[in-house]
Design a protein around this ligand. Structure first.
Ligand code: DAH
Length: 337
């Protein structure tokens, strides 16, 4: 058999083996067997010097061609086994691969926004458990057992005496028990009530409570803090209306309406043409609550407030259904990048 025939035979044999190769390892073996230092094609090239002059050129060209062809094919096939990743040098002209990044949930963003605003006013953050005892959720907050005020909060009980907290105000009862004034705290978190799920209410929702206890704290301080927050969070020209209200844990108590920041109080669909939106409850901390926590109510006074997170978020971002926050539809969530 002539050397040229031998080359052709080797090439065909190698091609067949490459075609059947089913792993990177088997391709490496073929590469070594034919193109390695002691490989079959390499040996042909090494033996060129023993050939007569008139054959050397032709055989050399043929062996080199076979080597290049096999080398290319092996490289190409290796790419299939390495998940299409190019094994050759980095090519900056290729299009980049886009990575998908997540989005912080809009409710988390709004909570961060609220917390940052209060943080700038000197408030620190405290948190408490989602499963609460009846004591911290109600009794420490001056709800006597069987008091009708408990009806306002449709409570889900886990077992006797343990419940899913219906508001974030129990963090106040816990914190007051373990800290001494001066105290200036906000308490973001999730709450639960047994409500019918609709466009405006859900069984799970978020609240942020705030409370300040020190000597000489007055209702004027409370109004100033709430106004400063609303200006920073909603809009600089917002107006507030304090309506008398009732909460067992504050006395006196009030509910706060803000002038609708969408229509500046002129009346629109969002504020139901009232010009005002209810956003929070507040008041001076009832002396009973301070005393239960071991704080001298003759010496110290305090104010407290509590607001939902979903309502302001819906107003600020014009979202018309509270359920969207909980459905985890990424098409909705991705809008708030
Ligand atoms: N916890 C009340 C609720 O869920 C809201 C509230 C009102 C919180 C007045 C307060 C407050 O801290 O002082 O309806």
């Amino acid at each position: 058999m002539s050397v040229l025939d031998k080359i052709t035979q080797l090439q065909e044999e190698a091609l067949e083996r490459i075609g059947k190769a089913d792993s990177l390892d088997s391709l490496n073996d073929i590469q070594i067997a034919y193109l390695g230092r002691k490989g079959l094609i390499t040996s042909v090239l090494k033996s060129l010097k023993d050939l007569p002059n008139d054959q050397r050129k032709e055989v050399g060209a043929s062996a080199n061609k076979a080597r290049a062809a096999l080398d290319n094919l092996i490289k190409e096939k290796k790419e299939n086994f390495s998940g299409g990743k190019k094994l050759s040098a980095f090519d900056p002209t290729l299009p980049g691969t886009q990575t998908q990044s997540g989005v912080v949930h809009i409710i988390t963003q709004v909570i961060e926004d609220i917390c940052n605003t209060f943080h700038g006013m000197g408030f620190e953050i405290a948190r408490g458990p989602n499963v609460e005892t009846d004591y911290y959720n109600f009794e420490a907050l001056n709800f006597p057992p069987d008091h009708p005020a408990r009806d306002m909060q449709d409570t889900m009980f886990v077992e006797h005496d343990r419940l899913l907290r219906t508001h974030t105000t129990p963090v106040q009862s816990r914190f007051l028990e373990t800290h001494k004034p001066p105290i200036k705290i906000i308490t973001p978190g999730i709450c639960f009530r047994n409500e019918a799920i609709s466009t405006r209410s859900h069984v799970a929702f978020h609240q942020v409570d705030g409370f300040v206890v020190d000597e000489g704290v007055t209702m004027a301080d409370m109004k100033g803090a709430i106004l400063a927050f609303c200006k920073a969070f909603f809009s600089e020209d917002v107006k507030l209306k304090f309506r008398p209200s009732f909460f067992p844990f504050t006395e006196p108590s009030a509910e706060v309406d803000i002038s609708c920041f969408l229509c500046s109080g002129k009346g629109c669909r969002v504020c139901k043409y009232a010009g005002w939106l209810e956003i929070l409850g507040c008041g001076m901390i009832d002396p009973n609550v301070l005393e239960k926590a071991g704080i001298d109510s003759e010496r110290y006074t305090g104010y407290a407030f509590g607001m939902g997170v979903e309502r302001p978020a819906m107003l600020k971002y014009k979202i018309n259904d509270i359920r969207l926050f909980f459905n985890n539809d990424t098409r909705f969530l991705r809008q708030f990048k």
